[in-house]
Design a protein. Structure first.
Length: 143
């Protein structure tokens, strides 16, 4: 792997890590703030997403450290809202963007010869696809 290729991968992984930190904070915040007739269901949904996002963050931070880089310590910006439908829409937008990033990152990892990372990214892509699909289904039946 070239120095430029390694640095591009590191930069991308740190962007992904900031996104995972964002997701943890967003889901925790939304689980706490959600109100209305669907509070119980949405609170459970948002809370259930947090452990997977933390696992993704752990994988990314560990890989960054193994590449000799310093893992990011700050999240991407979190949109604060108190409207339940807007929470779902915001989460869906974030999941779609995250999925697109991971698809690019997977190719980047493979091009860099980081095949183990590619496998981890396949698993993360599957998780993020599931999150996207769940959010789409929830919004599809939203009044």
């Amino acid at each position: 792997m070239t120095d430029a290729g390694k640095q591009a991968l590191i930069d991308g992984l740190n962007e992904d890590l900031r996104g995972e930190f964002q997701a943890v904070i967003m889901y925790r915040l939304y689980a706490s703030l959600v109100q209305g007739p669907y509070r119980q269901e949405l609170r459970a949904f948002f809370s259930a997403e947090i452990p997977e996002e933390l696992t993704h963050a752990q994988i990314l931070a560990d890989k960054l450290a193994s590449l000799g880089a310093e893992p990011a310590t700050t999240p991407a910006a979190v949109k604060v809202t108190r409207d339940a439908k807007e929470m779902l829409q915001t989460a869906l937008k974030a999941e779609v963007e995250t999925l697109e990033r991971y698809i690019r990152r997977r190719k980047q990892a493979e091009d860099a010869g980081e095949y183990g990372l590619s496998v981890h990214l396949d698993d993360i892509i599957a998780d993020e696809t599931h999150h996207r699909d769940e959010l789409q289904q929830m919004l599809a039946r939203w009044p």
